[in-house]
Design a protein. Structure first.
Length: 227
């Protein structure tokens, strides 16, 4: 999504094949996309059985996807991807993408004020990777506690993490969903306050329940669909 909006460098000129999801910053349906900047003959010598010519890489990708690993294509997903691609061409999409980054950087600033360690010291994209090593909580415990508080994050390993991928020392926080619901800078600041409160009181079930109630009331002010 940020690449489509021109706010993040595109890898296509530098890579033979690029893959991406369609359901995150692009905010389309759950699925993926495979892209090539320039087609070329495969370097493994795969030959077309009838003509004997060397197959193009795009042909290998196509045949691997279908019938290799995919059954019948889901036409409603294909249609939804087309809608998402169409939305990404509109001027409003760039505004949305800019707001994603603004919200993420606002959250990064607030986390730093609260003595959280951010990998790379901040963010230039939609995502923050937070090292919780100085907060006396694992990524898994933080994910579970925040879930009880009505806030969805993912546990995530951090550089030189000594914990397993199933426990982790960090969490990952993203802003596309809140931005799509038209939340902005002030709302991002409030969300960080709730995240910090939940992490600092992760053993307090009543406290987490109270935060969840506040989060639910807060989200009701930003409905996914308007009447």
């Amino acid at each position: 999504g940020l690449v489509a909006a021109g706010l993040h460098p595109t890898p296509i000129p530098y890579c033979d094949v690029v893959t991406s999801t369609t359901h995150k910053t692009l905010r389309g349906p759950r699925g993926g996309i495979i892209m090539m900047g320039k087609n070329f003959e495969n370097p493994w010598g795969k030959i077309a059985p009838k003509s004997g010519r060397v197959k193009m890489v795009s042909e290998l990708i196509d045949s691997t996807v279908m019938p290799g690993i995919q059954g019948g294509p889901l036409m409603h997903i294909i249609a939804a991807k087309a809608v998402a691609f169409g939305e990404a061409l509109q001027p409003e999409f760039k505004i949305y993408a800019k707001n994603i980054i603004q919200n993420a950087q606002t959250m990064a600033d607030e986390f730093l004020k609260l003595d959280y360690q951010l990998v790379s010291g901040g963010t230039d994209t939609h995502v923050l990777l937070i090292d919780l090593s100085n907060k006396n909580i694992t990524g898994k415990a933080a994910e579970l506690s925040l879930g009880k508080a009505g806030i969805t994050v993912n546990k995530n390993m951090v550089p030189f993490d000594e914990r397993s991928p199933f426990i982790t020392s960090g969490i990952r926080v993203g802003t596309p969903a809140i931005t799509t619901r038209r939340m902005g800078v002030n709302e991002s600041i409030q969300i960080v306050k709730w995240i910090d409160e939940a992490i600092c009181n992760h053993d307090n079930e009543s406290g987490l329940s109270r935060i969840k109630s506040n989060v639910n009331n807060f989200c009701a002010e930003f409905p996914i669909y308007s009447d």
